[in-house]
Design a binder for this molecule. Structure first.
Ligand code: MGD
Ligand code: MGD
Ligand code: MO
Length: 765
């Protein structure tokens, strides 16, 4: 161990309150307030002219893809602009006129900055030039690109094995950047490619692959127009995927029904006033949710088992409730599934899920009478110990109804980051794929490693234990996004070198290895050109469509480089030109990268031409009802486990969720407008009966404490807010509560941290 003094960094930042104001939760999403807030954020960060110019090009065919969520664009985007309030905030955050430059870093030490809140850190502006934090120093100083590449290459050469390197990816990187990054990491010799997906939809990927043979959803946007029933489970689209509300609205206009399954009655799912339609703004809007099932946290499997059980009874009476022809032709495991649901009594399932039976019966009736069914879900299902089984139980329901491979029906895991799905498709993956390795070897002439790599939770453990020493991140904010903040901080600080390729300053830049490097990169919205010629890159949306994205704004600084160029620079410095791949050439010519993507991966034929315009869909075996890669060539029914929580008398289950004013760890503002919470993030939502039971009043201050394997973790200073949430359940925001999530408790098979079901005690101050 070195003798260099550790920096005195505040890992969690300030815990003071910011001045809460409470109102009633909203009764509708979007409408005029959304337009107003979108423009307020945009004007504040970019000024009026730049705002209007920028927003007009977002999600248009010749423009750039929204850097927010991965919801697809309609074929004919609205003339009023195809973006939402939170997309406008995402772009305002990136296209801000504020700068974090050399003088900023001369003024503030990392120790000082670590006492700022994430909100203040994020609002400082865009990074402008490469910076280095030298061992023992507390001030970042400028470093040239060439020196930075050389330093990184030297540290990589010093490692005893390539497996001592960890290469993280967040989901905003383009297909071209991610492909090149994955290629370099494999050429370097490791599969240590943790990515944000490990903390996000990994449970969906595993659950869907094992049952249907593809880790992606099967629906297309137009299926929403045709669906008879849409179940939205464990997802808050009003905040996190606002453009999905227009798709739900279309379903409603076509007489479809929307069911939401959520411990909270999220305002965004109640009623929607479409800001892109005059009638949407002026009228009372469209009622979206027909039936809301207020399930207890992590009891979706018991609720779904109960629904399946009740459907079975009806099927015995009517004979046509399940699609027996579909079941016989395409599936395997029906008898086991039925045997499994018969093990449980209706009463016990009802008590576990905590939902009113009459409402469940209404949903059962809807499902019995219709078979164009879509199930949408997000983090409310994936971030639990039984996250994979949550997904598989949804697949069970769709298989019983034959609701796959037909218009208006299918699976819809709603992705998070705007290109998280694409990054995985083009090779960001810690598992070994023999097919991919062979294709890389045939195309490039080197042999990729065949040892399994580390995912996010195991990479943290390896860094903590000194088995990994260099951490490189292509985007993201690893410290604040990952579980167990203090443990993760220790892990990063144990590294010899941590490198972040970033657009904006965040806490991971402050909690570094002995040496820390920041490499500033172009954002989505910015003009990326080479020799005066604009370049474009491609992304894949939540529904498997690949299309181009072309920035147009003047870059935040003349010193920024694109992500592919940065990867090429590191690779070139590492290999000293002594490698079969011409990294520099490849990294500068995105059309060459695309040609290689086409050569290595299935479904990208003629990508250079087909990605222009509205793009093309990648192959999807579920759409074609082709299950040939699965056992016996059949889609698989699954017997799903029920969650087991050991909860003492005075313990609760806590879900860590997003407010309306954040994008993951980027805090846009301090309001959660739809939930009626203003100017404060340190809050915990609690049922009024529970408050009475524990003698708590509105705005009392409490600490939240988790205890796993005899290790107590504490998050301090939260204001109690009475809320319509099931008894025994709590909700609070991430990243503030990430300190409570134990790094070594995660979903079976997918290893996604249990961020939505943390057992906690409350301590009144
Ligand atoms: N504006 C904005 N957009 C975003 C993001 C953002 O932070 N801000 N993040 C992006 C990313 S990376 C992602 S992954 C997505 C996240 O999108 P969401 O998954 O919608 O985000 P969360 O806030 O985590 O919300 C989870 C929802 O699940 C519910 N829930 C929690 N536990 C359970 C449960 O056990 N059962 C059920 N049925 N419901 C439960 C919560 O009440 C909440 O409504 O959004 C993407 N889009
Ligand atoms: N407790 C709890 N923890 C969670 C979750 C939860 O629900 N609860 N959700 C999890 C989920 S779903 C996810 S996806 C992860 C998110 O984990 P991450 O993806 O690691 O985190 P973000 O906050 O999205 O990363 C934001 C940073 O990305 C950088 N950035 C933005 N745009 C670009 C770009 O174009 N290029 C580059 N190179 N950098 C860019 C900026 O510097 C910004 O500060 O968090 C997970 N953590
Ligand atoms: Mo995510």
């Amino acid at each position: 161990m070195s003798t260099i003094k550790r920096r005195n960094i505040s890992i969690l930042g300030p815990t003071e309150f910011t001045g809460i104001k409470l109102k009633e939760p909203a009764e509708y999403a979007a409408g005029i307030p959304a337009v107003k807030v979108a423009l307020q954020h945009s004007f504040k960060e970019m000024g009026v002219v730049k705002s209007l110019h920028t927003l007009a090009h977002m999600n248009q065919k010749d423009g750039f893809d929204c850097p927010g969520c991965a919801w697809p664009d309609p074929e004919a985007p609205s003339k009023l602009g195809e973006y939402c309030e939170n997309g406008a905030k995402a772009i305002a955050e990136e296209a801000t006129n504020k700068r974090v430059d050399k003088s900023f870093f001369e003024k503030y030490s990392v120790e000082e900055l670590s006492h700022w809140s994430d909100y203040q850190i994020g609002k400082s502006g865009r990074l402008t030039e490469p910076m280095i934090l030298k061992p023992g120093s507390v001030y970042y100083e400028p470093i040239s690109w060439e020196e930075a590449y050389r330093l990184i290459a030297d540290e990589l050469h010093k490692l005893d094995s390539p497996d001592e390197g960890v290469f993280y990816t967040s989901g905003r990187s383009s297909n071209e950047a991610a492909f090149l990054y994955g290629l370099f990491i494999r050429a370097f010799g490791t599969n240590n490619m943790p990515d944000c997906s490990n903390m996000c939809h990994e449970s969906s990927g595993v659950g869907l692959s094992e049952t249907l043979g593809i880790g992606k959803g099967s629906v297309k946007l137009e299926d929403f127009d045709k669906a008879e029933v849409i179940l939205v489970i464990g997802q808050n689209p009003g905040t996190n995927h606002p453009r999905m509300l227009s798709a739900l609205q279309k379903c409603k206009e076509n007489k479809g029904k929307v069911v939401s399954i959520n411990p909270l009655e999220e305002a965004g799912l109640i009623r929607f006033k479409n800001p892109q339609e005059i009638k949407g703004v002026l009228s009372s809007g469209t009622r979206l949710t027909d039936i809301h099932l207020q399930v207890k946290i992590n009891q979706d499997v018991s609720l779904l088992k109960l629904i399946i059980k009740k459907l079975k009874v009806l099927d015995e009476e009517r004979g046509d409730v399940f699609d027996h022809k579909f079941i016989d032709t395409y599936t395997q495991g029906y008898e086991n599934l039925i045997k499994d649901v018969e093990k449980y009594s209706e009463e016990e399932l009802l008590a576990l899920c905590g939902v009113e039976e009459s409402k469940i019966d209404e949903v059962v009736e809807l499902l019995a009478n219709n078979n164009k069914i879509i199930i949408c879900w997000a983090m409310g299902l994936t971030q639990h110990k039984n996250g994979v089984d949550n997904i598989k139980e949804c697949v069970n329901l769709l298989l019983l109804k034959g609701s796959l491979g037909k218009p208006g029906a299918g699976t819809c895991p709603v992705r998070g980051h705007s290109n998280v799905q694409g990054d995985r498709t083009v090779g960001i993956m810690h598992h070994v794929s023999p097919t991919l390795n062979t294709a890389i070897e045939n195309t490039f002439g080197f042999t990729p490693p065949d040892k399994e790599g580390l995912d996010t939770v195991h990479a943290i453990e390896a860094m903590y234990e000194g088995r990994a020493k260099v951490f490189i991140a292509l985007g993201g904010n690893f410290l604040s996004a990952a579980a167990d903040t203090e443990y993760t901080a220790e892990a990063l600080q144990n590294c010899d070198l941590t490198v972040s390729v970033s657009t904006k300053l965040n806490r991971t830049h402050l909690v570094t290895g002995k040496t820390g490097v920041i490499l500033p990169t172009l954002g989505r919205s910015e003009l990326d050109s080479k020799d005066g010629k604009p370049r474009y890159f491609t992304v894949e949306n939540s529904m498997g469509k690949v299309h181009q994205s072309k920035g147009l704004l003047q870059p935040a600084s003349g010193s920024l480089k694109s992500e592919p160029e940065i990867i090429g620079g590191i690779a070139d410095a590492y290999f000293h030109k002594g490698h079969v791949v011409d990294w520099k050439k490849l990294s500068e010519h995105y059309e060459l990268i695309r040609e290689k993507i086409e050569a290595v991966l299935n479904g990208f034929d003629d990508i250079n031409n087909r990605s222009k315009g509205s793009g093309f869909y990648l192959p999807n075996n579920v759409r074609d009802l082709d299950f040939s890669k699965l056992p016996n060539g059949k889609a698989q029914f699954s017997v799903c486990t029920m969650p087991k929580h050991k909860i003492d008398e005075n313990e609760f289950i806590l879900m860590t969720i997003r407010s309306h004013d954040q994008f993951n760890t980027t805090i846009y503002g301090l309001d959660d407008r739809y939930r009626g919470i203003y100017n404060e993030r340190r809050i915990v939502l609690m049922n009024e009966e529970d408050m009475k039971k524990y003698g708590l009043k509105k705005l009392d201050i409490v600490n939240l404490i988790s205890n796993y394997n005899d290790k107590e973790r504490k998050a301090i200073n939260f204001l109690v807010i009475p809320y319509n949430i099931p008894q025994g359940n709590l909700a609070s925001y991430f990243p503030e509560t990430n300190v409570l999530v134990p790094y070594n408790h995660f979903a079976d098979k997918s290893h996604t941290p249990i961020s939505k079901s943390i057992v906690v005690k409350i301590e009144k101050i």
